[in-house]
Write a protein of this length. Sequence first.
Length: 414
Amino acid sequence: MRLSGSSVRAYADESIAAASIACGSRVLSRSLKYHRPRTFFCFEGHCSGCLVRLGGVPNLRACQSPCTPGAEVEGQNAFPSAEIDLLGAVDFLFSRGMDHHTLMTGSSVLNKLANKVVRQLSGLGKLPTHAAAELPEVGRFDVDVCVIGGGPAGLAAASTTARAGRRTVLVDDQLRPGGSMRTDPRVGRALAEHYGAETVRTGVAVLARSTAIGFFPEDDGGVLAVSAPDRLYRIYARHWIWATGGYVVNLPFPDNDRPGVLAARAVGRLLVDHGILAGERVCIVETPAMEQDVTALAQALTGAGADVTRVPLADVVGTRGRGWITAIDTKRGKLDCDLVAVAATPAPASEGARQQGCSVVLDEHAGGFKIVTDDAGRTSTANVWACGDVTGYQGPAAAAADGARVGANVVEAG
Ligand code: FES
């Protein structure tokens, strides 16, 4: 593919983000207002830090877009390039912040000029080069079970129901199913591939790179709308299983948005799924709830040749570096590093289930809302079930066991 005019070699179907970071191109876009460098944080399509223009289409996520031969990838919201952006002068000129509502309102001439410039600069990305293609036909699934989420819990639940003869469809929004298994050195990519293959072998219809965009109860007892790369789908099911896992989140410390501050799960994904060591001197900022996960990641990074330091969140007072992180400041002094991995408890991805009326409760560790289930995995809504991290963080191995258990309970429910 071509990245900002230069040729980049990549593995087929590798994400553009992984190929970029492997070739040392780390800043792909700039923030809207101050033009601060922006880059990857989550590597799972949920932070919007990696937006690029791909083949003339703006605002696509590099971490969820596969490399293809000849693909043209450009950074955006920058001039002349994301790495060297002259518009970054805004950040320098307005180092104490800029209130654009009152910018140059003292003089009507200057105000008109300021409005003109601001209108030119506003918006994220430029309009697509080509008109959108005609919308394709809308596909339809009528199944016994619809599983939303293709991580350990979702794959285990779907293969359990399919093996018992239930017509099952699985919806997953990632480039490849496997979810947190592809990020955790204790489980690993091989097991993710095995679970994925097993799910297909049992007869599950897998919709990969597909997002559940809304549930509409008024349509024929309820329909799930799904956006897939090739078309939209309407899914009707007798049972629904939410296995959407959790979102990686950042931790609160000064300058936590500096490029080079990545989610620990993203650092794990790069290593486990792509074989990429994202930094040689890695600081892991952690909370007590993630201690075991951090230990596993630290061991894997050390085994791959990185120098790893673990820092409790309470000790962090700031970060340093302009284009990329160079150090982290702690209460005990400065630690030089070229990567910060933030290990926070994932926040349950419960929006879809909430749309179906399922009760949720605040997850105090993660700061999001987890789905409430009974011992069998039933939610408060009839025929709607949930398993895995969306019911509270468990980790990949426990989530897979939970998915298999809830899948069996769905089968038993008929
Ligand atoms: S959306 Fe791509 S890194 Fe977060």
